[in-house]
Ligand binder design. Structure first.
Ligand SMILES: [Zn+2]
Length: 633
């Protein structure tokens, strides 16, 4: 069939004629979640909007490229040609016919739509285009990439890989059909694009952040589908279909927690149990306890990440219950299910936006949960000053407090938001227009104001401005906020004497091990040199000990720092959120944790860190969950 379009008369006509969005069907959670709320019947589907674009078979679009290659069987499953509209979809897709579980063309649509939806959610929240962490524009997505109960983001391969495996029932389970898994992996890719240093070893919180945040956006994404929430609140199991009304006792905090949160937890990940379902379910049901983060079990990154998710979900339920009460009249006895579900989905969506925006207000290195909370509160206050409708910020603070997470001391104690940048900064020597895009101009601004901003730009450190991004954020009611966000990064390599001078106390065991390594290296070098003299200077230039190695004979330990600068639309600095490279107590705490957890090693070239890879983290998590079946999931 030819699909010839009439050429537009004027280029602008084409722009006006093209719709900005298109709708597609996806599986609401995973194939085990059925419309009936039981294990039988059609799969629960959802209709979602993604940015409209001209797709070519793959499908391949401007930001996502589905490549259906299986590295286990070394088989290419073909380029899938997606229906070009909702009406052109095979009818069984909308119906949720279980046949779609084996339809690879549908798999391609499901994974494409959810990756694009997540990208669009980030771009909307941040008010700008978000590139991937690599140089090219398209993320490569393999829906059936390997035979394994796993899925991961691989930055060096510029893509997401989704595995498949034989399930408990004997049928094949496809991770590309799980809403939460696809959004989770896409979120890893987006955090990596926005905060490339968050994969570095730093603190227990930072290790937990990538996983926790990816789970958080995944679960809020599942909850922002009204179809899903409606099914959880009133599954149509009774004769006569789903109830249309809910009793007032069914919309309290406890009731919503049981029906929606625990209900989803019970349903989700039944198929992918042992790989990803378990942890998400644990997050949904984790009881509040301010001492939780101090217990040894919750030092493990995945368990710790659950606390971040649990805090936000606690706030979500509180906001939702309050909103339902506010909408009713006094002594109202029943509430419409559809309305309650829509409210829940809307609040989940608002929270996802709030938390994605928060990324811009988080320090570029060494994130801790308290910083993340202040970043969310600040980002939200800026774009949505009037919070009377949902009271989101107050509920977030209370929920985090219940899990022992408080804004850091550097935040405003009354509101929990970041304090404003100091007044009296010097703007005379920088150009406003250049500050919106030019890294050198931002560095100049830092240089001119280094004392007021308390940024150490001398003293052996190295500072680099990583990015400058202008953004236009749209709040509810069309309120727009223009900001420019710049990030800088700092590294210093310090000798034991310099560490001491800067007040950065390091564990004695580490220093001792570092000195021994250095002593050994110096002795080996002396022996090589002696042999070289015997051979009458036979070594060619460039061979043997280079000048670089000479420098390394001093035992140095790298420390990192950095900050984010948020400018208003007139180019004035509003916020400066930073972790100073020479901050004695914070750096000391970090080095001690890394040394004690085996992530800091003394080496010939000074101290070095052991970085964990996301794919390894996921595999460990999968194995771990399978090893603990006693948890009852
Ligand atoms: Zn992950």
């Amino acid at each position: 069939m030819t699909n010839a379009k009439r050429p537009p008369k004027h280029p602008m006509d084409a722009v006006a004629a093209l719709p900005a969005h298109r709708y597609l069907h996806v599986i609401a959670q995973d194939p085990s979640v059925r419309q009936s709320g039981t294990k039988k019947g059609p799969i629960l589907m959802a209709k979602i909007a993604v940015p409209a674009e001209d797709l070519i078979p793959g499908p391949i679009g401007y930001r996502v490229q589905v490549v259906d290659y299986d590295s286990t069987t070394r088989r290419f499953n073909g380029a899938h040609d997606l229906p070009d509209s909702l009406a052109a979809e095979p009818p069984e897709w909308a119906k949720g016919d279980t046949k779609i579980v084996d339809d690879f063309r549908f798999h391609a649509q499901n994974v494409y739509a959810l990756v694009m939806k997540t990208l669009a959610r980030f771009e909307f929240a941040l008010g700008r285009r978000v590139g991937w962490s690599f140089r090219t524009h398209q993320l490569k997505v393999s829906p059936h990439g390997m035979l394994d109960a796993n899925a991961f983001y691989n930055p060096s391969a510029e893509g997401l890989v989704f595995g498949y495996f034989p399930g408990a029932s004997g049928d094949t389970v496809y991770t590309c059909l799980s809403h939460d898994i696809v959004v989770h992996e896409t979120t890893h890719a987006l955090i990596d694009a926005l905060r490339e240093r968050y994969l570095d070893p730093s603190s227990p919180d930072q290790a937990a952040f990538h996983e926790g945040f990816a789970d958080l956006i995944a679960i809020l994404s599942v909850f922002s589908q009204p179809e899903m929430v409606r099914m959880l609140l009133a599954p149509p199991t009774k004769v006569g279909g789903a109830a249309a009304l809910m009793d007032k006792d069914e919309v309290t905090v406890d009731a919503l927690k049981t029906s929606a949160l625990f209900g989803l937890a019970k349903q989700m990940g039944q198929e992918v149990q042992g790989s990803r379902g378990g942890p998400l379910r644990q997050s949904a049901t984790l009881e509040a306890d301010p001492k939780l983060l101090e217990t040894p079990l919750f030092l493990e990154p995945h368990r710790r990440g659950e606390v971040l998710v649990a805090s936000v979900l606690r706030g979500f339920i509180a906001v939702w219950a309050e909103r339902i009460q506010d909408l009713g009249v006094p002594d109202q006895r029943t509430y419409g299910v559809a309305r309650v579900a829509e409210q829940g989905a809307e609040i989940a969506d608002a929270l996802a936006t709030m938390w994605i925006r928060a990324l811009d207000y988080m320090p570029p290195v060494h994130i801790e949960f308290g910083d993340a909370l202040s970043a969310a509160l600040t980002a939200d206050t800026e774009v949505r000053p009037d919070d009377s409708r949902f009271n989101l910020r107050e509920h977030m603070r209370r929920a985090f407090h219940a899990y022992g997470i408080e804004p850091p001391k550097s935040a405003d104690p009354a509101t929990g938001t970041w304090r404003h940048a100091p007044g009296g900064l010097n703007y005379d020597r920088v150009r406003f227009e250049s500050m919106r895009s030019d890294k050198d101009e931002i560095f100049r601004f830092l240089w001119e104001n280094r004392d007021d901003l308390e940024v150490e730009l001398r003293g052996g450190g190295f500072t680099e401005v990583l990015s400058v991004r202008p953004c236009v954020r749209v709040g509810p009611d069309g309120f727009t906020l223009r900001e420019t966000v710049a990030e800088y990064y700092q590294v210093a390599r310090l000798t034991p004497e310099e560490l001491e001078r800067k007040g950065i106390a390091v564990p004695r065991g580490y220093l001792q091990a570092l000195r021994e390594e250095q002593k050994g290296a110096a002795e080996r070098k002396a022996r090589v040199k002696a042999r070289g003299l015997e051979a009458d200077g036979a070594a060619l230039p460039g061979e043997g000990a280079s000048s670089e190695e000479d420098d390394d004979s001093t035992a140095v330990t790298p420390v990192y720092g950095g900050g984010v600068l948020i400018f208003d639309e007139y180019g004035r600095l509003k916020f400066h959120v930073h972790n100073d490279v020479f901050h004695g107590s914070r750096q000391a705490r970090r080095l001690t944790y890394l040394w004690e957890s085996g992530q800091l090693e003394p080496g010939l070239r000074g101290g070095r860190f052991q970085a964990a890879r996301l794919s390894t983290l996921h595999r460990l998590r999968a194995l771990d969950a399978r090893r603990v079946p006693a948890e009852g999931w």
